[in-house]
Design a protein around this ligand. Structure first.
Ligand SMILES: [Zn+2]
Length: 85
């Protein structure tokens, strides 16, 4: 699915909808597994880090629901994209 859309970046939420997964954290697990497979195909999953829309804080962890700095839940979610290396 991601491979078919190399130009498009997906959020975990969008991947949930496409793959009909209920929990976003399952997507993160899945992406970990996919990245191992893709390495063998000389491809990587590129992702943007989540950013707080309120204070601009960049999260190091991917799966965050709340800003550690200002506690805002207004988070720009990470987006994933397949990239050839
Ligand atoms: Zn913040």
């Amino acid at each position: 699915m991601l491979e078919k859309n190399p130009k498009k970046a997906f959020t975990a939420r969008e991947i949930c909808d496409i793959l009909e997964i209920d929990e976003e954290r399952e997507v993160y697990e899945l992406l970990k597994q996919i990245s191992k497979i893709l390495k063998k195909k000389k491809r990587i999953i590129e992702f943007t880090q989540p950013v707080c829309r309120k204070c601009g804080f960049v999260m190091k962890k991917m799966n965050v629901s709340r800003c550690p700095k200002c506690k805002s839940q207004w988070i720009e979610p990470p987006r994933f994209r397949i990239k050839e290396i």
